[in-house]
Design a binder for this molecule. Structure first.
Ligand SMILES: [Fe+2]
Length: 236
């Protein structure tokens, strides 16, 4: 992890945040699992501009003990999972270019702070991710196993769908923070596969396209309770 001081964003960058936030707000309640909007409110993340990370963190720490940590570049394997184990989530210290809001070369502040941090206000979600980080950390030297843990995180926390009483909703932060992918993920276009740990473990993904295959989680409990079974394959 290369932690850095959180940037002071320029006025035009705050404007980019406002545009991104406002266009995500239109359909948020119809598209995304309700815990996400609750998290935004709890952290006072809004359309005013890039939030003050210290203010967000003081609220988040009080709720679940988690915090966002500004980082330079992309956190990979070893450092990312170690951060999760310590209740830290990396926050990209830049915002995408206003000229193409659909593209960011790496996770930016909108993806991480808007997309991920609200979920960590939820105690069960936060505990699950901490536990996931602790377990993944044990396999950092085994590329094959680590890849399977990466797929698990990818198809749930980044790109998961979930059943709710109101219908299918977005559960993954990677979708929740992408205007185009929100509509796409809930359309008829992607293949939606029932979530099972065996299927997720073996399912390869690409990071440079809309996800053609998405996994549908039955409910939060199904996800939060499956880590023992997921890890069993590596301990027997
Ligand atoms: Fe992400």
């Amino acid at each position: 992890m290369k932690a850095v001081a959180f940037r002071r964003f320029e006025p035009r960058e705050h404007k980019t945040w406002q545009t991104l936030f406002n266009r995500q707000s239109e359909l948020r309640d119809q598209q995304i699992v309700p815990m996400f909007a609750r998290g935004l409110r709890a952290l006072n993340i809004n359309a005013d501009g890039v939030p003050d990370l210290d203010a967000v963190n003081s609220k988040l720490r009080a709720l679940t003990g988690w915090e966002g940590v500004p980082v330079e570049g992309l956190e990979e394997g070893e450092s990312f999972y170690s951060m999760l184990a310590e209740k830290k989530f990396p926050v990209g210290n830049f915002i995408r270019d206003e000229k193409d809001l659909s593209y960011t070369p790496a996770p930016d502040v909108f993806h991480d702070l808007y997309g991920h941090l609200p979920f960590y206000t939820d105690r069960a979600y936060a505990d699950f991710c901490e536990e996931f980080g602790k377990r993944t950390r044990k396999y950092l030297k085994d590329a094959k196993i680590l890849r399977e843990f990466e797929r698990f995180f990818w198809f749930t926390a980044e790109f998961g769908l979930i059943k709710t009483p109101q219908g299918k909703r977005i559960f993954g932060a990677g979708i929740a923070s992408s205007h185009g992918e929100c509509a796409y993920a809930l359309s008829e276009k992607p293949k939606v596969i029932p979530f099972t740990i065996e299927a997720v473990r073996q399912h390869e993904f690409r990071i440079d396209v809309f996800q053609e295959d998405l996994f549908l989680i039955e409910n939060e409990q199904q996800l939060y309770s499956c880590l023992n079974d997921f890890e069993k394959a590596y301990t027997n």
